[in-house]
Every structure is written in C-alpha cells, then in structure tokens.
Ligand binder design. Sequence first.
Ligand code: NAP
Length: 289
Amino acid sequence: MKLLITGSNGQLGSEIRVLSASYKSLNFIFKDLPDLDICNLKELQNFITKNKITGVINCAAYTAVDKAEEDEGIAKNVNSKGVSNIVKALQKVNGKLIHISTDYVFNGDHFLPYKESDPVSPIGVYGATKRAGELAVINSAIDSIVIRTSWLYSSYGNNFVKTMLRLGNEKESLEVISDQVGTPTYARDLAKTCLEILCRDSSNEISENGKLYHYSNDGVASWYDFAKEIMTLGEMNCKVHPIQTKDYPTLAKRPQYSVLNKSKIKTDFDIEIPYWRDSLKECIEKIKS
Ligand SMILES: NC(=O)c1ccc[n+]([C@@H]2O[C@H](COP(=O)([O-])OP(=O)(O)OC[C@H]3O[C@@H](n4cnc5c(N)ncnc54)[C@H](OP(=O)(O)O)[C@@H]3O)[C@@H](O)[C@H]2O)c1
C-alpha cells in the first residue's frame, strides 16, 4: 500500500513517522501544510492520483478547541470540507481511509463509557465540525473507518503532558480540573493501532464490520488525576490542587464525561490497549531521555 499521511507534522503524524520504519509493507509519504493542504481539492486530487496513493491516514485537523469558537470558518473548512475532499480524491483511485475523530462529538451527559452506537450531540464548534467530517466518511462508499480518540498527547507538539512538565518545573503549586473525566491517549499507541489495522490483511476491507470505532488508552482519569501522575512520573515536587470546571472558564465548553468504550476495536481487530498510566510513563521517559 502506498500510504499518505496528511497533517504529518502534528502529534499523531509524527508518531506514525517514528513507527514507519517497522512497517515494511507500507510505502509512506508524509505531507503537511504548506506542501499539501487538504482544503484544496484540486491539489489533493492531483497529488493522490499522480503519486498512486492507495491509502490515507488523515491526521490533519484544526485542533484549537477554544479558538474554534471564534474561527468557525477555518475549523469547518479543515475538519469538514477537508475530510470530504480526501473522500472525493480516494473515490477516484479506490483507496482506503483511516480518519481520526474525537470524544468531543459527545455532550458528556453520560455515566458509562460511550459506545459507537450512542447518540452524538457536540457542545462546541470543534466537536460539531469534527462530527461533520465523520459523516463525510461514514456516508461515503469508500473502504474507510473513523476512529474517535480522546485526550491525545505525545513527545511531539503541544499538549497537556508537556504543559504540566513545564509548569511543574516553574511553579510550586497548580490548580487542575477534577470534575471532567475521560482517558488520556498516547499518540504512539493510536499510531500503532492505525498501522496494525492497515497491515492486518491488506486484501480485507477495513470497514467490513462498520465504519465507526473508539480508541483511547484503557482506564479512567480526571485532568487532576492526569496532572498528579505527570508530576509523579516527572519526579517534580509541584503540588496539584483539584478545582471545578466553573473555576476555570474557557471559551469552549468541554464534555464533563467522555470515556470511550473500546470493546469493538479490541474485538474486530484483535487489539490490546495499554493502561493510560503505563503509556504515560513511556512517553515521559522518552521526553526526559
Ligand atoms: N489533540 C487531542 O487531544 C485530540 C483529542 C481527540 C481527537 N483528536 C484528533 O486526533 C487527530 C490528530 O490530532 P493531533 O493532536 O495529532 O493534531 P495536531 O497535533 O494539531 O496536528 C494536526 C496537523 O494538521 C495540520 N493541518 C491543519 N490544517 C491542515 C490542512 N488544511 N491541510 C493539511 N494539514 C493541516 C496542522 O498544521 P498546523 O499546525 O500548521 O495547523 C498539524 O500539523 C485529529 O483529527 C484530532 O481532531 C485530537
């Protein structure tokens, strides 16, 4: 398979690049802005056809959740129209697509892990534009799946883990929200899952059991639990104090609860999912090395 990674300089794209050397059956092409803009249909179609691309993992997205509330046009363009463009371009070459979506398609009004079949109801612009992108894939006839993930972090890019490590060195104490619950996900684990799915049996349809999947690390945490564990693993003395969402106002509302049920991806693709604390340890060791 000749595999195009769009948005390849982001967290997930960078992790796929690191793993790519171990996947000899895949021939990778990594592209990001400004070289390849998924919002430019003509450019994208030409690139996919000319380079005989047979598969795409779409890591490109507008991920600034708060900014999206004010920049709805750009968020829509990348997260919805950009995804439709990839679908259109792949239709022409009969290619496969793995597209990544988010736990923010849910409103957080739950107390049990969200299944793929649970109704969506995004509470912010980012979630709504990502939902529109999901629909472009789900309603298409191409061999494609959408993987929803949550609380992504990596040694690459900007994320909660890197912010906490920085603040932990600068401050004696921090306040972190304890009444929003989800699961952190190491982008390396998600990258591996995407590549395993594509390599499993390239003659099989990846969407033979449906198009929607959930993937995060295993277990449950609040942002406060996550921050405490970062301080422990990072061997920092910074004290973390729990606060409530109402004490930390943000432009975009976040779901209060966004734990994902991963049974379907585990069963359909025979995937083992690491516990979030174990993966966090790996990532922090990498950052510190
Ligand atoms: N981060 C999270 O906590 C989280 C949680 C749940 C789901 N997700 C989803 O997981 C996926 C990967 O997220 P991530 O954290 O790896 O994202 P990321 O680090 O923000 O990377 C996204 C990449 O896409 C690029 N990009 C933006 N617009 C583009 C365009 N028009 N054409 C081509 N590339 C473009 C970005 O470039 P610029 O930096 O130059 O804009 C960036 O390099 C996304 O679909 C995201 O929605 C993320």
